[in-house]
Design a protein around this ligand. Structure first.
Ligand SMILES: O=C(O)[C@H]1O[C@H](OP(=O)(O)OP(=O)(O)OC[C@H]2O[C@@H](n3ccc(=O)[nH]c3=O)[C@H](O)[C@@H]2O)[C@H](O)[C@@H](O)[C@H]1O
Length: 432
């Protein structure tokens, strides 16, 4: 129960009502004290309210960070810094996007082995079995490579990464891959290969120092070009798939950032890369799984029953091309978001220069697996495929010293060995 005095404090004074004069002084003191403490409480309340409003605002502003990512904090920053540490003279500190992807994993390991600092970034999406990405991540972690879980569309995360580490290079391999999946999910290509690329370039252009950028374009940019072998000087304005169109757009977008902001850019047109730890959505991988499980495979054929062919390129050759691109990349010339001089802009084919037909590839797998494939020969559906690819690699040979050394037979042997070790001989185990 409140005391009378306390009660009075909250009662309206009634004019003309008798008041005990002996208590006046005491009451005035009490009233004065009480009103000061009320004001103090109100002030405290307002301060608390403002503080909660401001922290709620920053919570909302950084939306994606709090709702979908796990980055940030002192411990996280320490892990990023440690992973970026360089362990050789004149080494690089490289941000590898798509590090838990097929090419990203291999390039990250190769860089770390050289003594470069590597920080990975990957969103671990479920385009294909995420457990394979997690396994690649474990492989990287075992080599002290830290993988940040986040998206290249997260500008705040990128700004934070460049704030924590002065990356010398960015190896940008995060992308929505796959030629035929673009029919099913076109927006995922725009999200990663266009919007994500721009967000990344914005972060790179603002970073101080600006990093040199090497990124994955694709052989698919040659589209309907029939001039063989495909040379960098050939036309690339006839894409056959949305995937190809977004990679071509990437080449134009990177050129713009090179031109306006002085970013050093190298685009690599990869030709059907395969090998251990590969992508389960690719033909050689899914064929292996189906052959082992006794399921049929669908082999596409071109017009007039012509076999399709690819310039299949082994992962170790691609890695050498990536590392050589980083090594020969000149520094970006901009600073403070402004260009200070012309910067390097390059595009290279990274292929194998010896196309193999898809039925021949299946034949190699049959021999390696010692199982006959159940083949359904089907006319190539009009869903983005091109009949053949064949790289002219003269430019990469001259500028990068790029020289592929693994033929399809040798490369698939290594792939099959890995596949059987990873998935076991349990053919029933399904991967997407
Ligand atoms: O160089 C690239 O830039 C691209 O290479 C890769 O695309 P592709 O060359 O199309 O590889 P991939 O799907 O393995 O099909 C190989 C062959 O098998 C045929 N194929 C395919 C599937 C099938 O079920 N049947 C079939 O015959 C198919 O018609 C084709 O002839 C990457 O996936 C892509 O992300 C991009 O990097």
């Amino acid at each position: 129960m409140p005391s009378l005095d306390e009660e009075e404090l909250f009662l309206p004074s009634t004019p003309g009502k008798f008041k005990d004069k002996s208590n006046t002084m005491h009451r005035q003191f009490h009233r004065c004290f009480a009103s000061t403490s009320t004001m103090f409480l109100w002030a405290l309340f307002l301060v608390a309210l403002t503080a909660s409003y401001l922290s709620f605002q920053s919570f909302v502003d950084s939306g994606s960070r709090y709702f979908s990512s796990t980055w940030g904090g002192i411990h996280w920053e320490k892990q990023v810094r440690t992973s970026a540490q360089i362990h050789r003279a004149n080494g690089f500190s490289v941000l590898v996007t798509g590090a838990a992807g097929f090419v990203g994993t291999h390039v990250s390991l190769a860089l770390k082995k050289r003594g470069d600092g590597v920080v990975g970034l990957d969103n671990f999406n479920n385009y294909y079995d995420p457990s394979l990405k997690q396994a690649r991540k474990s492989l990287l972690n075992a080599q002290n490579i830290f993988i940040v879980e986040g998206d290249i569309n997260d500008a705040q995360l990128l700004a934070k990464l460049f704030d924590v580490v002065a990356f010398t290079h960015v190896m940008h391999l995060a992308a929505q891959a796959g030629v035929r999946y673009a029919i099913e999910n076109p927006n995922s290509y725009v999200h990663s290969n266009i919007a994500g690329l721009v967000t990344l370039l914005e972060a790179c252009k603002t970073a101080n120092p600006q990093p040199s950028i090497v990124w994955a374009s694709s052989s698919s940019v040659y589209g309907l070009n029939e001039n063989v072998p495909f040379s960098e000087s050939h036309r690339t304005d006839q894409p056959a798939s949305l995937y190809a169109a977004t990679k071509k757009a990437g080449e134009e977008i990177t050129h713009t950032y090179n031109h306006i902001y002085g970013l050093s850019i190298t685009g690599l047109r990869f030709f059907t890369v395969y090998g251990p730890w590969g992508r389960p959505d690719m033909a050689y991988f899914s064929f292996t799984r189906n052959i082992l499980q006794g399921k049929p495979i669908t082999v596409y054929r071109g017009k007039n029953r012509v076999d399709l062919a690819r310039d299949f390129t082994y992962i170790d050759d691609i890695v050498k091309g990536c590392v050589a691109s980083l090594v020969t990349a000149k520094k970006s010339t901009g600073s403070g978001g402004k260009k200070r001089g012309p910067a390097q802009y390059r595009i290279f084919n990274l292929g194998n220069t010896s196309p193999v037909t898809v039925p021949m590839m299946v034949g190699i797998l049959e021999r390696q697996l010692k199982v006959k494939a159940k083949k359904n020969m089907v006319e190539m559906p009009g869903n983005g495929d091109v009949p053949f690819t064949h790289a002219n690699i003269s430019l990469a040979r001259r500028e990068l010293g790029y020289k592929p050394t693994t033929d399809l037979q040798t490369g698939l042997k290594k792939f099959v060995r890995w596949y059987l070790t990873y998935y076991g001989h349990n053919h029933g185990k399904s991967v997407k």
